[in-house]
Design a protein around this ligand. Structure first.
Ligand code: SF4
Ligand code: SF4
Length: 277
């Protein structure tokens, strides 16, 4: 924790979320998941290839932009949200290249401290200064839980940016009588609750198109709002967990599925409550 404390004090919301440790980081605001196939295997393959190719790119504007155009051409097409830019300069960073990050960042391999982010779609200022809504709005307790429990960038970036989902879960935690305390106890059960929260979007069985339904557009223009929960059986509708289900992009075909989903969320909320003091 101590390694985070200095940075935590300097960011909106008091918990630094972007680059957590050697294996955990987020690239969601750079459009990481907005590809026709955003499975872990595909993303890892794309990022690893880019990282390898970028090593041989001369660090001048023309060469870097040509590289960006080539990488963009390789992934363009059938993106779930066409207006959500997927940055071709996302790659793998760190000593072991074990987490997602920006190939144009001054600390990235081969840049010798030079900042090339000004060549990107959003421009250098936006890349340096942007903090997504989760940084300031998501409940501190859940951000802390997710950051402690995360072991892998892919799962982490999917859930840490789900500001409305995390707020809805926290609301239920407070109002369901689960009576979670204000801080985490940090024990093994706490990490287990965090891991289950991290898995929630990946394992949620009520999404019709899991690979695309897990992409989250969280920018303020609300261009791609989450759809209402779809109840295929007209006799079934409404739940105390409606907001959570909506943010998980949910379709229920039967009343049994709804009941199963409610139990899953109840159990998760209980686990989180037991992780607090
Ligand atoms: S989406 Fe949020 S947490 Fe992720 S890198 Fe961007 S600002 Fe950081
Ligand atoms: S250039 Fe900007 S948008 Fe692209 S990966 Fe880097 S920080 Fe993200």
């Amino acid at each position: 924790m101590s390694s985070w404390q200095d940075i935590d004090d300097q960011v909106p919301g008091g918990i630094y979320l972007c680059q957590v440790n050697e294996n955990v980081s987020c690239g969601a605001c750079c459009g990481l998941y907005n590809l026709a196939d955003s499975s872990r295997e595909t993303l890892n393959r794309i990022l690893a290839r880019r990282t390898m190719l970028f090593k041989t790119v001369p660090r001048d504007a023309d060469a870097i932009e040509a590289f960006g155009r080539q990488m963009e051409a390789e992934v363009n097409g059938n993106q779930p949200f066409p207006e959500f830019h997927h940055c071709p300069y996302l790659g793998l960073v760190g000593a072991e290249q074990s987490r997602v990050g920006c190939l144009l960042h001054p600390l990235a391999d081969g840049n010798n401290g030079a900042d090339f982010r000004g060549l990107s779609f959003y421009g250098g200022l936006a890349c340096q200064a942007y903090f997504c809504p989760s940084c300031s709005r998501s409940p501190k307790l859940l951000k802390d839980l997710i950051r402690r429990a995360a072991t892998d960038w892919y799962h982490y970036g999917l859930i840490i940016t789900e500001v409305d989902l995390l707020c809805a879960l926290y609301d239920r935690l407070r109002s369901d009588g689960a009576a979670g305390g204000p801080a985490l106890n940090g024990g093994e059960k706490c990490l287990e609750a965090g891991r289950n929260l991290l898995e929630l979007k990946i394992t949620w069985p009520f999404q019709k198109n899991p690979v695309t339904d897990r992409v989250n557009y969280f920018f303020k223009d609300n261009l791609y709002a989450k759809p209402a929960v779809h109840y295929a059986d007209a006799a079934v509708s409404g739940s105390r967990h409606e907001e959570i289900f909506k943010n998980l992009v949910t379709t229920f075909d039967t009343a049994d599925q709804l009941q199963q989903a409610e139990t899953m969320i109840d159990n998760l909320i209980d686990e989180i409550a037991f992780s607090t003091i």
